[in-house]
Design a protein around this ligand. Sequence first.
Ligand SMILES: [Zn+2]
Ligand SMILES: [Zn+2]
Length: 385
Amino acid sequence: MSPRLSESDLRKLRRELHRRPEPSGAEKATAARIAQILTVLGVDEIRTGLGGHGVAAVLEGGAGDGPTILLRADLDALPIPDRTGKDWSSTVPGTGHMCGHDGHMTILTGVIDRLLGELDGLAGRIVALYQPAEEIAHGARAVLDDPAFRELEPDYVCALHNLPGFPTGAVILREGTFASASRGLILRLHGETSHAAHPEDARTPAPALAALIDGLTALPQLVTPLEQAALVTVIHAELGEIAFGTTPGEAVVMATLRAHRDAEMERLGEAALRLAEGTARTWNLDWEHEWVEVFPACPNQAELVHCLAEVADVLELPVIRPAVPFPWSEDFGAFLQRYPGVLFGLGAGEEHPQLHSSRYDFPDELIEPGIELFSGLVRRLLGVD
Ligand SMILES: [Zn+2]
Ligand SMILES: [Zn+2]
């Protein structure tokens, strides 16, 4: 069976997905459309409803037993208006595929189409997963926790993300950590209001809030070894109400913590809570905390990185190896914590608008190299010739 989707079919599909974006956790129509395409392509086994709206195509090789390799794309769009001005702009106000997940889904669909014709020469199983809710660090874990996923348990996992700022079609590879761990911290401080003329009768969180903004920002250099990087970015703070007659009694501060490794993230998180505890005690405040959007780091297995470099070489795609991990996060880390695997980048153009910019649009030139990189890796891991 030869591929049924031409290059122009794939571009059409990418633009169709771009036109109808759905936010994280609400990818219902996107998932239904993907399942429909997989049926038309002739995929025998399609799982839906994985960890929410996740969809998986299961392809069995015809050449006997072998490992299971999971390839992942992401289904969700972002709460960002589409200002690309393209004919295929988002038709949903305030929502857009501004991270290129429309392109990632198209690539995975192209891979399935191509591999369906090669199953006789493959020993093992391919699980092509369209994962929901990547942007909110929820979907990967939800899929992993879904009992239905247990039957699809992989031996290897692989995902790609397009990366503006790198030459179009360049393959960005890194052994060890590829993308950093990150998590959001919400600290709420509870005191007691008073008349503004009598702050001595209040328990104001004002000095604690100021100390926490400074203290959190300074934490990385105090708890992280020199050879490891960490970062705390205070992203929001609020104190009392706008009422000139009132000493405030409530405050909240929010920060994003980042680290190259999960071990450093643990240390940083514990130090942040100790700082909050001490500061609250100093100013006689009650306090509570909440962790949100917890992304583990993405550690890449050296052997698979090596394999992909060889595939890139055959395809004559340039390989770029960044000296340090990327500071952003990917919830594919939840898979990489559990299974050996690789997350790699595909250059989207040095001058291309950045991910999450309202002018960003997935470059269609990446569809073909993306398909060939994934397919090449599968052939290397499952091929019998
Ligand atoms: Zn994104
Ligand atoms: Zn993304």
